[in-house]
Design a protein around this ligand. Structure first.
Ligand code: FIX
Ligand code: ZN
Length: 434
């Protein structure tokens, strides 16, 4: 195959292969105000908030007391009018608008708002998923979030393209407060986990809580984000709860346990959701988890660039570990390119290349468009090296590899051995459209 032909084959395959987006913060329109979309939401995305505060002119108090429209006006002016939108997240807004047929340069915010106001939420979701080439969307579902809990308790009907993930950060990282919430929800738990005799009852109640919520939301995996200094095992409640409640529960149901490692929450609380930072994680905790719990399936991503090589090596040592995504501060084209190359070089196509982490439905468009652009470059490089080595990639090979990187390897990992994850015994979820 000529180089040009190879590139065009790769591009065609990468652009047409549907994606299983395994981690987002999106909700379908049935979740009312939790389902975010539109220009003001796009512009007040927390990545853009953090970038705007790089420039003087507005105080935290003034910004947070303003309406979302005023905040969006301010961000638009600072990042798209006063300066060129060079950052990845600004480019994302431009890509998104452009893909929707809107011109970020020609249109002022008023006319953009007018266009969005005319859209129907359900049709808009369909359009974004189609433009992004996304077949399924993994949600982040927290029983600790009062607003979200209400929807589930009222029996919300979930669009079957959305896949639930049970998010457990408060349970594992803030047991003191989580135990209060559990008691409010009717689970008879003690806050003090030191005494084994007391802990047994509490652990049983935590398992009951996990069972109730996993069933209520039809969770396909369980997730947590972890601080850089997370250690395992330890004398912290997180270790007791993991060893005695969460991991046995996940194992019994063949639910993977996903860890997003390396976020230092609220290093600048004035920035609210935009105030989190990154630090290198101690991956010894991950190693211990994989070693000591071989019957559990673990999914992992790390926020720090410095962790990426070690993470690949750990993944290659533990068949119960699956590596996914370039998370948050890692999701910039230069790092995605470098990291994806490294992963292919150390692991082959056995990992999940990316998740979007989208919070606003429209963002699916740019996050996946930009990811696909990088993947074309990376695969061209890798298949060219292979060609030189004496192995010519055929179209079917490229299709198989891209499918694996966009969710196929993930499904294979999840479904290994036990059919429990499928939910439906005959058609494993997600497989239909992949
Ligand atoms: O913990 C997470 O799932 C993070 O992805 C978010 O909390 C974070 O705010 C985010 O949106 C990153 O992309
Ligand atoms: Zn996230």
């Amino acid at each position: 195959m000529s180089l040009q032909n190879l590139e065009s084959q790769i591009r065609q395959v990468v652009e047409s292969t549907p994606v299983l987006d395994i981690h987002t913060h999106l909700f379908p329109p049935a979740f009312g105000n939790l389902s975010l979309w539109g220009i003001d939401q796009l512009l007040t995305y927390h990545y853009l908030v953090a970038e705007t505060f790089q420039y003087p002119g507005v105080t935290y108090d003034k910004f947070w007391s303003a309406s979302i429209t005023e905040q969006a006006d301010w961000i638009w002016d600072q990042l798209f009018v006063e300066r060129s939108p060079l950052s990845e997240v600004c480019r994302g807004v431009v890509t998104t608008l452009n893909s929707l047929g809107l011109d970020a340069r020609q249109q002022d915010l008023k006319s953009l708002r007018g266009w969005f106001a005319e859209q129907n939420p359900n049709q808009f979701l369909d359009r974004c998923m189609e433009l992004a080439g996304v077949s399924h969307i993994g949600m982040t579902n927290s029983p600790f979030d009062e607003d979200e809990r209400g929807f589930w308790e009222n029996g919300v009907e979930v669009d079957d393209r959305f896949v639930a993930a049970l998010r457990l950060d408060p349970l594992l990282l803030d047991w003191r407060n989580a135990s209060v919430t559990l008691r409010d929800l009717g689970y008879d738990v003690e806050t003090d986990l030191h005494m084994l005799s007391v802990r047994e009852d509490t652990v049983n109640e935590v398992r009951r809580f996990l069972k109730d919520w996993a069933e209520k939301i039809n969770a396909k995996y369980v997730m947590v984000s972890l601080p850089p200094n997370f250690t395992f095992p330890s004398e912290e409640p997180s270790s007791h709860l993991l060893i005695e409640a969460v991991l046995p529960f996940c194992e019994a149901r063949n639910l993977p346990f996903a860890m997003m490692m390396g976020v230092q929450r609220q290093i600048n609380p004035q920035l609210r959701l935009a105030g989190d930072g990154v630090e290198r994680s101690d991956l010894m905790a991950l190693r211990h988890l994989c070693e000591r719990h071989p019957q559990n399936k673990f999914l992992v991503t790390a926020l720090s660039q410095e962790n990426q090589q070690e993470l690949c090596v750990l993944t290659s040592k533990f068949p119960n570990l699956h590596l996914f995504g370039c998370w948050w501060f890692m999701n910039t084209p230069s790092l995605v390119e470098q990291t994806t190359k490294l992963r292919l070089e150390l692991l082959g196509p056995s990992f999940t290349m990316q998740h979007s982490d989208a919070r606003i439905i429209d963002q699916l468009i740019y996050k996946w468009k930009h990811t696909r652009e990088v993947l074309v470059k990376v695969l061209l490089d890798k298949y060219t090296d292979l060609e030189i080595a004496g192995w010519t990639a055929q179209r079917a090979d490229i299709e198989r590899d891209v499918k694996a990187l966009f969710g196929g390897s993930f499904l294979e990992f999840c479904q290994a051995e036990e059919p429990a994850l499928a939910g439906d015994e005959t058609v494993p979820y997600g497989v239909r459209n992949l």
